[in-house]
Design a protein around this ligand. Structure first.
Ligand code: AMP
Ligand code: GLY
Length: 430
């Protein structure tokens, strides 16, 4: 069978890498992909938003399944278009993807169906939003309603900071149309984690969980990024964290979407906070997480192609997971997530251990060398029976790649390792 992966980042590289292990997959194409994916996929020079060309390609090559990585095409309705053309595609419809595309829709759904999340209010009127923040006080969280590439959220520790964020979004429109409406929500305290599940209508099949480090600096400080590293499992959470989250959150939301006439098919990503009262939703995404996918898929022992095809057809997937821990560290260009310089030469890839996984995000091949070509450049992932050893290995592997112009966080996994639980990866919470 031939598979087409849409997207160009580390997540798509990990998806293609895992698909390539399937006996049934004969060839993988990536549109547009990146140069680093060449070990598992053939690049096709078609952009994620050129749907007519993607459809023509899928028909011409008799693609058995198209897998969509990023949210934008899903939120815009690419899955509906492919299905109308009779093409199999893995990913939710436009109506179901709204769970990521509009935060106020997601919040309304959660409130109406009793799914635990922070209390909130949404606003289109700037003055009313300012009043609400002043009444409510800090800490408080301000979110642009629409898609803002992970950057539309301010966790404000003071009222002044919250008012600054409102003014940026609503008055100065720094996120354009995405900030025309804002959601203001209560601050949640606890341990954050990512639970992705395959969802088909009301049926939910959870993956193992991961924790993403979103802040750019060590100690989880500084501005939010697309993710500086991740690890799985998350042993500082209770052993029943996945089971409880599936019962209280994922199953109810899947049922709610069916009831609203927006049945979900694909991966549903829940960004959760484990609070004193158990799990609460921070956000839903309509796709695989990045960089969580790069540490979760290496733990999948069963066939990813079979699982994706089963979900796309509304059938039951078979999923088996390894107990081994995975730690992934992102190598980024100096300056990221602000203005950064591209062009650093990446050396040391040949010196990595054979079992180390490298998922490329922003690299290009030029004159026989690997060149940094984006903010997040690549992710190195290491596996071990014990999480503390996986993190140590990943750190020493990332060290081999560190060059002027590139940086990485040395503390990925610290929240797990600060408790004794971190030294055992055999905790069965995921
Ligand atoms: P989001 O883009 O919604 O995932 O938000 C980005 C980050 O902001 C999350 O990963 C959390 O760390 C933080 N965050 C978002 N909402 C809240 C909240 N209600 N309480 C505390 N932290 C939050
Ligand atoms: N890692 C967060 C996300 O994929 O949205």
């Amino acid at each position: 069978m031939k598979v087409l992966v849409i997207g160009r980042g580390g997540r798509e590289h990990a998806i293609a890498w895992k698909l390539a292990q399937s006996d049934k997959v004969e060839e993988i194409f990536a549109a547009p992909g990146n140069d680093g994916m060449a070990n598992v996929a053939r690049r096709v020079p078609i952009h994620e938003n050129e749907w007519d060309r993607l459809i023509e390609f899928a028909k011409k090559e008799a693609i058995a399944l198209t897998v969509v990585g990023p949210e934008q095409p899903l939120v815009d309705g690419i899955a509906d278009r492919f299905r109308t053309e009779g093409l199999a595609i893995f990913g939710p419809s436009k109506a179901a993807a709204m769970i990521e595309g509009s935060k106020s829709f997601a919040k309304r759904l959660m409130k109406e169906y009793g799914i635990p999340t922070a209390d909130y209010a949404s606003f289109r009127d700037y003055e009313a939003a300012v009043d609400y923040v002043k009444r409510r006080g800090a800490p408080i969280v301000i979110k642009a309603d629409g898609l803002a590439a992970g950057k539309g959220v301010t966790v404000a520790m003071s009222v002044d900071e919250a008012l600054g964020a409102l003014s940026d979004m609503m008055e100065n429109q720094v996120f354009g149309h995405a900030g025309a409406a804002v959601v203001i929500e209560d601050y949640l305290e606890g341990e954050e984690f990512s639970l992705m599940a395959f969802v088909s209508g009301e049926r939910v099949y959870p993956m193992v969980i991961a924790q993403d480090h979103k802040r750019v600096y060590e100690g989880d400080q500084g501005p939010n990024t697309g993710g500086m590293g991740a690890y799985s499992p998350v042993p500082q959470l209770p052993g029943d964290a996945v089971a409880v989250s599936v019962e209280r959150i994922l199953k109810p939301v899947a049922r709610a979407l069916v009831k609203e006439g927006r049945p979900y098919s694909g991966v549903l990503y829940a960004g959760l906070m484990w609070t004193n009262e158990g799990p609460k939703v921070i956000e839903f995404n309509c796709r695989f997480g990045d960089p969580e996918t790069q540490v979760v898929l290496p733990r999948l022992e069963s066939d990813l192609f079979d699982a994706l095809l089963a979900i796309a057809r509304g059938e039951e997937p078979e999923l088996t997971w390894s107990d081994r821990a995975v730690c992934g560290i992102v190598l980024a260009s100096e300056g990221y997530p602000g203005d950064y310089q591209k062009g650093a030469v990446i050396r040391g890839l040949d010196a990595l251990e054979k079992e180390t996984l490298v998922f490329h995000a922003g690299t290009k091949r030029a004159d026989g060398r690997w060149i940094a070509d984006g903010g997040r450049v690549l992710l190195v992932a290491c596996r071990d029976a014990e999480l503390c050893k996986a993190t140590a290995k990943a750190r020493s592997e990332a060290e081999k790649l560190k060059q002027p112009g590139l940086f990485f966080r040395r503390d990925i996994g610290w929240r797990a390792l600060k408790t004794n639980g971190g030294f055992s990866a055999t905790v069965r919470n995921g």
